[in-house]
Write a protein that binds this ligand. Structure first.
Ligand code: EPU
Length: 443
């Protein structure tokens, strides 16, 4: 297994660009199952989770091919000019053809590796009238049941049974209805929204998730001919249509990767510009960092400049569904708070076990006390590099950030967690001046 070695203490400087958003690309890949024809997805991030999802699509019988577009040859996109000479990596395009789908099962081995595999449930059921998807087990960060996905699909008319660890779903044409979600689940909203696009009649989904990735998916579905309104609000209205057509869509920039770069600049006393991002998706994160004394400006509509001048002040953070502070940034801001002046209280309200990074941060000299879903972080003057272990995606990011700021060497093992969600992280950080390298597993 690869490891990442960081020699801390370098201030990050320069320009960086986030990749396409993982959590938007995954449901949009699932959406290609809803229609025949060759769908083209642009700005797809090259990540382990995307590879797992394309593997799943192939397993179902789809054809999936990557075509690389030379850097500089892409046209303007809504959030930036990809002809920008700063862009060093090619813009990947992914083509998916689902005409030949003849298998309706997401097997245990795939769902176990990546829970987002459950996103095929709604599309398969809506287009083919059947799906068999392994029930995901628990996860490092929490129990993460999918009862609300299943309840919503049942209300649309699906017959759902649980057998041998699998969700077996069957339906004729689904029927639009009013659905209220007990919690604004992100992938649950996406699964139900995708299924409802092909239902007969109108679906009103109340207490829907408002995350930007849900909006990106709704926009993609509307390009396929769906009739969805209200995306980004708590009420989605979906007027069902008999069929959808192929998709051509550019994935939005990854807001969590963007937020991670914001913290990277702050924690290293750096000064960086993040280009081709969507600042409006990060209001809560930007507000918290500014409250902590980090200087963040918006030189243009799709760029951010982040600079640290003085000391970091301790701030309290509570994770919330969007537009609140994202749980996917909790571990990263905790790394920053480890070096703040004073004590900060960090409350995790989305997942019940998302403090796994704390034990590793303690090994680097942090002072953190956990009580239930609250961590009290007392800032220390410095962290010291140590061998640490990544436990999940965002926990890994927080260890990278802590390592960038720490004195001496930090060796992070199990970086496959990081590779699930951060594209070329060590290349991007090296270009900003970090001393970071990957030690390849020889085995
Ligand atoms: N929940 C239920 N029942 C359900 C669904 C969810 O009780 O049927 C609970 C969960 O257990 C959790 C809460 O509702 O306590 C919110 O979970 P949600 O369903 O919104 O999370 P998700 O859809 O499984 C997505 C992202 C996560 C991100 C969360 C919260 C994708 C593929 N995953 O997960 O991303 O943390 O929303 O914003 O979109 C990550 O990228 O590192 C990551 C974990």
């Amino acid at each position: 297994m690869d490891k990442i070695l960081i020699r801390g203490g370098k201030s990050l400087k320069g320009v960086v660009e986030p990749s396409g958003a993982k959590n938007s690309a995954l449901p949009i890949l699932a959406a290609t199952l809803l229609a025949e024809g060759e769908s083209c997805i642009r700005n797809i991030p090259r990540l382990r989770d995307i590879d797992t999802f394309t593997y799943l699509l192939k397993h179902l019988g789809a054809q999936v091919t990557y075509r690389e577009v030379e850097a500089g040859s892409e046209t303007q996109t809504p959030w930036g000019d990809h002809r920008d000479p700063e862009r060093r990596s090619p813009l990947p395009l992914l083509y998916v053809v689902t005409d030949s789908v003849n298998n309706f099962e997401a097997p245990y081995d795939l769902v176990r590796t990546m829970r987002a595999s459950v996103l095929v449930l709604g599309p398969l059921l809506a287009r083919f009238g059947r799906a068999r998807v392994s029930l995901p087990g628990g996860c490092a960060i929490g129990a993460r049941p999918i009862n609300l996905h299943l309840e919503g699909l049942k209300q649309l008319g699906a017959e759902i049974t649980l057998q041998h660890g699998y969700v077996e779903a069957k339906a004729g044409r689904l029927k639009g209805t009013d659905i209220y979600l007990d919690l604004p689940t992100v992938t649950g909203t996406e699964n139900i929204m995708m299924a409802a696009t092909l239902a007969k009649g109108r679906t009103v989904l109340q207490n829907a998730a408002r995350e930007p990735e849900v909006v990106d998916l709704a926009e993609a579905l509307n390009k396929m001919g769906a009739r969805i309104s209200g995306a980004g609000t708590q009420t989605l209205e979906i007027e069902g249509v008999p069929h959808l057509t192929r998709l051509d869509h550019t994935i939005m920039p990854d807001r969590i990767e963007t937020g991670t770069f914001l913290v990277a600049a702050a924690i290293t006393n750096g000064d960086i510009v993040i280009k081709n991002c969507r600042p409006e998706d990060l209001s809560a994160v930007i507000a918290k960092l500014q409250e902590a004394g980090v200087s963040i400006d918006q030189p243009g509509p799709t760029s951010l400049r982040v600079k640290r001048d003085g000391e970091i002040k301790a701030v309290n953070v509570k994770t919330q569904p969007y537009p609140g502070f994202p749980t996917d940034m909790q571990a990263q801001i905790m790394a920053l708070m480890c070096l703040a002046k004073g004590s900060s209280v960090i409350t995790e309200t989305i997942f019940e076990n998302r403090f796994m990074h704390v034990l590793e941060l303690l090994r680097m000299g942090a002072q953190i006390q956990i009580t239930g879903n609250t961590a009290v972080v007392t800032g220390v003057p410095k962290l010291s590099g140590a061998p640490v272990m990544a436990t999940d995606l965002r926990a890994s990011a927080s260890l990278v950030l802590a390592g960038l700021a720490a004195e001496g060497e930090t060796l992070i093992s199990r970086v496959y967690h990081l590779d699930r969600g951060y594209e070329q992280i060590e290349e991007k950080l090296s270009r900003l001046g970090a001393d970071i390298s990957r030690i390849k597993d020889k085995g």
